[in-house]
Design a protein around this ligand. Structure first.
Ligand SMILES: NC(=O)c1ccc[n+]([C@@H]2O[C@H](COP(=O)([O-])OP(=O)(O)OC[C@H]3O[C@@H](n4cnc5c(N)ncnc54)[C@H](O)[C@@H]3O)[C@@H](O)[C@H]2O)c1
Length: 480
């Protein structure tokens, strides 16, 4: 017994010593072993695009590139989005273009122009009657197509993750700054109803100062690996370690933490498990198809589960998880931990506040058990008090009717087009895109170097200090 206690004490002491060596001395502020990342100088003549406003567009003319599961569904959603016209469609496969064209014609719309092949998007981007290129291809093609579209004067909206390397993140930032065009990542999870209301509560200070947040993408994809064009998704996981799909978890909580609007990610550390189910998925795929022919056998890079911890300049922490390989129920975690309150969406939605917080809101409820979440009737009152400024009853009803993950996809599309129509700054800019997408490549660097801390580059090159909190833009000129 005594031996065990001494053993534990020794373990604790050596762990504490290691921690001190790695983290440095808090009093002197010294740190060791942080892997530095480059912040390339902003090209001459360029300025940041924070708060970018462009000329209002009466009817936003759209070209869709990538018409697989996600892209074809986006075309359907856009038949319900005001101020839009689908002008052109493109996919490698002619039948995908035909399917979406037939759908539009059946719905009474004019047949759009069609482009096929791996480089058909170039002709689409070269047209002079398109305002927005909407990209829903596999990950490898997102950035090249977006760069080409911006070079040809088009705003771009790109599915998640828009970029998969630091080079791609910087290329998109630089191109958006050079062309002064919008480059938005289609992070639909920022528009789910619980997240929208909770963000409003956070912005109104209901939770006090948010100190910690969690987000994740836990989605068992074992039934879907065969559905992706040319095996792109399993292939990417085979070749890359790290959180390769971080933005659903990270986007909504980054908004609540005002990332690059007064704070920014400073350092991260990532850890993964070994690959068991990933390797088995590779083996099974190789067995039943020609994919992975000639590839090294026991080399699946992505761990079955990856955790990334981020610290911000203002001393906040975030935990982001990625797991598409174990049979866990779907979960995006979404937690906000504040000095005065707490919100969590999964596995069940809950809030807790301190008594003085409830009193100050005029909610007549006495908390008997501070360890329990608030009851439903109090949550209903809170939701009623903090509606998202981007929602009204009519829009909410329409979003739920059109659908797309319960309506959040439609809301995202609606806000994108609303802002382009009125010439307003978009809700999400190219810096959000880069900050959320860089988690994958930076985590890979961390883990390949013994889970060392890695510096998160400042994609705004200093401008993050100027903006004062996350805000939405409105046609009447207000920012709320
Ligand atoms: N936001 C969300 O909730 C959500 C959900 C699902 C998928 N996605 C994202 O949407 C994207 C597409 O996913 P998916 O499930 O539709 O994949 P998919 O494999 O079903 O479709 C990809 C399509 O892109 C086409 N394509 C590939 N390269 C192209 C090119 N150069 N030019 C034109 N077309 C090209 C393919 O032919 C295919 O039809 C991915 O980025 C994915 O991460 C997002």
């Amino acid at each position: 017994m005594k031996k065990t206690v001494i053993g534990r004490l020794a373990c604790l002491l050596s762990a504490a010593a290691l921690l001190a060596a790695c983290c440095g001395n808090k009093d002197t502020g010294s740190t060791v072993s942080v892997i530095k990342t480059d912040v390339p100088a902003r090209p001459d003549g360029q300025e940041n695009v924070i708060g970018l406003r462009t000329d209002p567009i009466d009817t936003v003319r759209i070209g869709f590139v990538g018409l697989g599961a996600r892209g074809a569904f986006a075309v359907y959603r856009y038949t319900n989005v005001p101020w839009t016209k689908v002008v052109a469609l493109c996919d490698v496969l002619p039948e995908k273009v035909d399917n979406s064209t037939n759908f539009l014609v059946e719905q009474g719309f004019e047949a759009p122009a069609g482009y096929t092949g791996l480089e058909g998007y170039k002709e689409l981007c070269e047209r002079d009657d398109i305002d927005l290129v909407y990209i829903c291809t596999d990950w490898a093609h997102h950035t090249p197509i977006a760069l080409y579209a911006m070079e040809h004067g088009k705003h771009v909206a790109i599915e998640v993750p828009a970029a998969t390397s630091l080079e791609e993140c910087w290329a998109l930032v630089n191109m958006a700054e050079k062309t002064r065009l919008h480059c938005m990542m289609l992070e639909n999870c920022c528009y789910d109803f619980f997240e929208l209301t909770t963000l409003e509560m956070a912005r109104q200070g209901v939770f006090g100062e948010i100190l910690h947040a969690e987000g994740s993408y836990l989605h068992n994809l074992s039934d879907y690996w065969d559905d992706y064009w040319e095996n792109w998704r399993l292939d990417f996981n085979y070749r890359h370690r790290g959180d390769v799909y971080p933005t659903h978890g990270l986007g909504p909580v980054a908004q609540a933490l005002n990332i690059h609007r007064g704070d920014r990610f400073e350092t991260l550390v990532a850890m993964d498990t070994r690959s068991v189910n990933g390797q088995a998925s590779f083996n099974a795929k190789k067995e039943r198809s020609d994919y992975f022919e000639g590839e090294e056998a026991e080399a699946f890079r992505n761990g079955d589960l990856t955790c990334t911890l981020i610290r911000t300049v203002n001393g906040k922490s975030l935990l982001i998880e990625h797991d598409v390989l174990t049979p866990r129920p779907y979960d995006r975690m979404y937690q906000l931990v504040g000095t005065k309150g707490y919100a969590a969406k999964y596995p069940v939605e809950m809030y807790s506040l301190r008594q003085d917080g409830l009193d100050s809101l005029g909610i007549d409820y006495h908390i008997d058990n501070q360890h329990a979440p608030l009851p439903e009737e109090v949550v209903a009152k809170l939701h009623g008090m903090f509606p998202s400024p981007i929602l009204d009853d009519e829009l909410e009803e329409k979003a739920k009717k059109v659908g797309g993950h319960g309506g959040m996809d439609f809301l995202m599309d609606y806000r994108l087009i609303y802002c382009l129509h009125y010439g307003l700054p978009l809700d999400m800019d190219v810096y959000d895109l880069a900050e959320w997408c860089c988690l994958g490549p930076l985590g890979e660097i961390s883990m390949d170097n013994g889970c060392a801390p890695v510096e998160v580059p400042d994609f705004t090159r200093g401008a993050w200090k100027d903006a004062d909190g996350f805000k939405y833009a409105f046609a009447d000129g207000s920012m709320k």
